[in-house]
Design a protein around this ligand. Structure first.
Ligand code: ADP
Ligand code: MG
Length: 718
């Protein structure tokens, strides 16, 4: 028994939570509803907070109007419905000094949760009602089950998330966790970090961390425990990302491009503007990668309008000038078509060398491939791709379908990467054709991501940034407008004035979370209302995600061509519409949007030479909502907004849409934990420097493999 090896996370994962004596079938079912099926799930279901039993007031001493925490035993419970049909639960608690009444509206489950004899803490405002002191809807922390006052806890009582409504009592979780800790303590937990690293970073060992997070002797111990557990979360991710990056760097089988040449020179000479410093820097970084034997894996970050297209196209032309092909993949048809038009016009009549032909050169050939490309056209393209006469192919996911094969793909550019997964990146790379070298990859994103967050999301890529917009850009003012009719009228007057001056406008309709149908309906109603009332007499267009493709395209084209003055739209315009003549944007219910989404939307105006204005119609009722509106009004710097956004929301949603492994963060939050991310990155790099396949760190390697699941094969390949 004593010789059994320490428990690993994989071991804990293999034990069903129902193996615990404290978890019977019923509690087991309820835990499963909370996503807790293994002992690992259970012990990583961390307390939300800790109730300090010493930090209490006596009921007898409570003052009317003060906010207080009291703790007592439930003496009486009754539940009923009010005459309005609302549920009402009333309880009496006693703390040895006096009684207090607590009243809960619309929380019928309290009746069961707070059965007679339960010990619980109550936080709320002390009110005066019918000659008695009471609390209405106080915050409740259940401390002990009926009949066993404080039996399983110390001074600091862990309070677990979502245990009330899911019908699992917090003390049931506490007991189950207690048993798990007890049983694992005998064997201790395997620690992926050796003592030297732990000491250098001041981290406690894993056994202590897991124990103290659930059974803390002091709040100081909680901090140390959380610090260690958070570090582990970030370390697993960083090891995965750094390992992937190292794998890339070890590949010597890339294409060594000739980056200086007549095609790129001619392209730059023909541009109607000088490159910004940021563009020149990014191009130099890309050129260095392209010329090197290892394939490029680089992220180009720059907000809407920062000039990424010119940078990407320069890279693509570097490939073309050496006789290779280039691909540009975008996430939507609209965006792909837009890119296609832009690339065509930027390329103009540039020519590429064609030895042996009459003139010794031919025009650069750019083609478009989307789901809408007809079969005959597709066959023609396939021919051109295979014989190398198509130089650049712009398109959507269609690029990675079966049957698309290049003769010699030299560089793949992927726009708006956050909508594509790593798998798609790899698929596009696999389209190279010709020999078995690996094409270079440039990923572009317009989402400004703060540095540390980028370290998490794109930690396997090198980064180039375009931080400033090209000079001479029109200014965009942002006004937050209240909900009154008067204020709205003023906004629509402004829209009319801009249209009268020959400009165009967007009206963006409210976001309906999770329902494209309802969103389309709202947009249609708003469109009809504007046609009939506020914007009567103007030429209005309607665009939403439920329209059939050709109608969408028609609406977009009409707006682009100036046949429509005002485009009423859902957020489908977020990506890809570039109409320099648009100078006003009205965003309805703006406080329902996230900061970055508002910023992306706003980037659709001010793209030409005319000063523009964005009206945020909003009546923010929450502090967050107000903070977002204020941030939009005062700053137009996407990176600053991204930092702000992270501050307001925390990091959870940053990972929305990534593979499940990446949402593994249970404790880690940005920006709060930035220093931990930076430490974890450094440790990951140091470990992999000395031990590229983690042969000497099997425990860590196993945890990283479990984090990544099936997508792990690419790792640790030397
Ligand atoms: P992004 O792709 O980053 O959103 P684009 O590449 O579409 O930005 O550029 C936005 C606009 O700015 C385009 O009309 C482009 O022609 C123009 N532009 C790009 N680079 C410069 C520059 N250095 N100076 C002036 N205008 C530029
Ligand atoms: Mg662009």
């Amino acid at each position: 028994m004593a010789d059994r090896p320490p428990l690993t996370l994989r071991d804990l994962h293999a034990i069903p939570v129902t193996d615990l004596r404290q978890v019977g079938a019923k509690v087991g079912d309820r835990l499963a509803m909370m996503g807790i099926t293994s002992v690992l799930d259970l012990v990583t279901h961390y307390p939300r907070r800790y109730h300090d039993r010493r930090n209490l007031q006596q009921i007898a001493a409570l003052e009317i109007g003060e906010e207080a925490t009291v703790s007592g035993t439930v003496k009486q419970v009754s539940g009923r419905r009010t005459r309005q049909g609302r549920s009402l639960v009333e309880i009496e608690i006693f703390d040895e000094t006096s009684y207090l009444k607590c009243t809960f509206f619309n929380q019928p489950w309290r009746e069961k949760q707070l059965s007679v004899g339960t010990e619980a803490a109550f936080f709320g405002k002390v009110e005066h009602y019918r000659n008695r002191r009471q609390m209405t809807n106080p915050v409740v922390d259940v401390i002990a089950e009926p009949g066993r006052p404080g039996a399983d806890t110390g001074v600091l009582v862990p309070i677990y998330p979502a245990s009330g409504k899911a019908d699992v009592q917090t003390w049931q979780i506490r007991k189950a966790v207690g048993e798990a800790l007890e049983r694992s303590r005998a064997r201790t937990l395997a620690d992926p970090l050796d003592e030297t690293i732990r000491d250098a970073l001041g981290l406690v060992d894993r056994t202590t961390a897991l124990h103290d997070v659930h059974r803390p002797p002091t709040m100081e111990a909680v901090r140390a425990a959380r610090n260690r557990l958070t570090f582990d979360e970030f370390l697993r991710m960083q090891v995965a990302l750094v390992a992937r990056k190292r794998t890339y760097e070890r590949e010597r089988r890339g294409v060594e491009h000739v980056v200086d040449g007549p095609l790129v020179d001619a392209f730059h000479a023909a541009l109607p503007f000088p490159l910004t410093d940021g563009q020149a820097r990014a191009i130099a970084e890309i050129a260095r990668d392209l010329a090197a034997p290892a394939p490029m894996h680089r992220l180009l970050q720059g907000e809407v309008g920062s000039g990424k297209t010119v940078v990407a196209l320069t890279g693509l032309l570097m490939a073309v000038q050496g006789g290779h092909q280039g691909a540009l993949m975008a996430p939507t048809e609209v965006l792909a078509e837009q890119h296609f038009l832009t690339v065509r016009s930027l390329i103009g009549d540039l020519a590429v060398a064609e030895p042996g032909s009459l003139l010794g050169e031919r025009p650069v050939r750019v083609e478009l491939l989307t789901n809408r490309t007809p079969a005959a056209e597709r066959r023609r393209l396939a021919g051109g791709l295979a014989d190398g006469t198509v130089d650049l192919l712009v398109g959507t996911h269609a690029l990675i379908y079966e049957g698309v094969e290049f003769a010699d793909l030299g560089l793949a550019v992927i726009d708006e990467q956050h909508r594509f997964g790593v798998e798609q990146r790899d698929l596009l790379r696999s389209k190279r054709g010709g020999d078995d070298r690996t094409p270079d990859v440039l990923v572009m994103t317009a989402t400004p991501i703060p540095r540390t967050a980028a370290m998490l999301i794109y930690g396997d890529l090198d980064r180039s940034e375009l931080r400033e917009l090209p000079k001479g850009r029109a200014s965009i003012a942002t006004e937050v407008v209240g909900p009154s009719a008067l204020e709205r009228t003023a906004v629509y007057e402004r829209v009319r004035a801009e249209v009268a001056a020959g400009h165009q406008a967007y009206v963006v309709c409210p976001l309906v979370e999770g329902s494209a149908k309802l969103e389309a309906k709202a947009a249609t109603e708003e469109f009809e209302r504007l046609v009939a009332e506020d914007l009567a007499g103007l030429r209005l267009g309607l665009l939403h995600g439920q329209l059939p493709g050709p109608e969408k395209e028609a609406a977009m084209t009409a707006f682009r061509d100036g046949r429509v003055d005002v485009l009423v739209s859902t957020t489908v315009i977020e990506v890809g519409v570039d109409v320099p003549n648009a100078t006003v944007m009205v965003i309805e219910d703006a406080d329902r949007f996230g900061l970055l989404q508002l910023h992306q939307l706003r980037g659709r105006i001010g793209r030409g030479a005319h000063d523009s204005v964005c009206f945020l119609l909003a009546d923010p009722r929450t502090p967050d909502g107000r903070a977002r509106m204020e941030a939009m009004h005062t700053t137009s710097d996407g990176f600053a907004l991204a930092e702000k956004d992270l501050e307001i929301r925390g990091s959870g949603e940053v990972f929305g849409g990534r593979q499940s492994g990446w949402t593994d963060l249970k404790l880690g939050r940005l920006p709060r934990d930035e220093p931990i991310v930076i430490d974890a990155r450094a440790v990951a790099e140091a470990l992999l420097d000395g031990d590229p396949e983690l042969g000497a760190h099997p425990q860590l390697r196993e945890e990283v493999e479990d984090l990544l699941g099936d997508s792990v094969e690419f790792l640790f390949k030397v």
